[in-house]
Design a binder for this molecule. Structure first.
Ligand SMILES: C[S@@+](CC[C@H](N)C(=O)[O-])C[C@H]1O[C@@H](n2cnc3c(N)ncnc32)[C@H](O)[C@@H]1O
Length: 255
């Protein structure tokens, strides 16, 4: 179900999204954490660990049940990790899973820390669910120290645009990846599996990059890793599309 400006889903997106995250917290915890998800195990966690080397203080925005905060605290040299998330079911589970990390109930657009508090800010698969993207990116920039890093993971905004997918056209004998309606922002609630509805906002890549640039966040690295083997083993229908990335990773420096 997608929405246009003026419709209830568009105008009340934040309230609807908050209810859905609350309702689906356990679905996320069961399916995507503690080793359950190959894209985290084989891809996201190794990229994060490699890019945290040299950090002492880390903020994890939209921490969920805190898995990336726990990874961060295990990196040599990291002394303090804070995870924030507005979903109470996630924060309470995060606190249960680690008492060494500060988990705080807070929104990405209102980070409860003073300016230049952290060496590194992480946001993983979060900003594509948030209506106030400009507010969230402003907060990242504000709480980062000068020369600090923003480690930014997104569902690939170009190749995973809503209604994209692998087409196997038997009549004309062609296979290709179709891209959905890329250039317009789209707010939607997707049924990601039976009876599980998750809020998404699609935005074209230039919207992200121009906002980051306007908040003094300079791109220093970009990765588009192919889907890892463990994912393909669980989703063989993706085999033919294995050269189409699902994840985009950006590393930015506060200048
Ligand atoms: C897909 S989960 C990712 C969790 C975690 N980053 C990870 O990678 O395991 C998205 C998370 O974003 C959180 N979230 C939703 N709206 C948010 C907002 N406005 N500010 C911060 N986090 C938000 C949800 O509560 C949920 O925990």
């Amino acid at each position: 179900m997608s929405a246009e400006a003026g419709s209830p889903l568009y105008d009340e997106f934040d309230e609807i999204a908050a209810d859905l995250w609350q309702h689906n917290a356990k679905w996320w915890q069961d399916g995507f954490t503690e080793g359950a998800d190959p894209e985290y195990e084989e891809q996201i966690i190794p990229i994060l660990a490699e890019n945290l080397i040299g950090s002492r203080t880390v903020l994890d925005i939209g921490t969920g049940e805190g898995q990336l905060s726990r990874v961060a605290l295990g990196i040599s040299g990291v002394e303090r990790v804070v995870g924030i998330d507005p979903t109470w079911e996630q924060i309470s589970e995060a606190r249960r899973r680690s008492s060494k990390i500060e988990y705080i109930r807070a929104e990405a657009s209102q980070v409860p820390f003073s300016d230049e508090s952290f060496d590194t800010v992480v946001a993983c698969l979060v900003f594509e669910h948030i209506a106030d993207l400009a507010g969230a990116i402003s907060e990242v920039s504000r709480v980062l120290k000068r020369d600090g890093s923003f480690l930014f993971f997104l569902n690939h905004p170009l190749l995973q645009t809503p209604n994209s997918g692998w087409i196997d056209d038997q009549i004309i004998g062609e296979q290709y990846w179709r891209i959905g309606n890329y250039l317009s922002e789209q707010r939607s609630v997707e049924e990601v599996e039976k009876d599980v509805y998750i809020p998404f906002i699609h935005r074209p890549l230039h919207v992200y990059l121009n906002l980051l640039a306007s908040r003094s966040l300079l791109l220093t690295r970009m990765d588009e890793p192919p889907p890892p083997q463990g994912f393909l083993d669980k989703a063989p229908e993706y085999y033919d599309a294995a050269a189409i990335p699902r994840l985009l990773f950006l590393r930015l420096k506060k200048v």
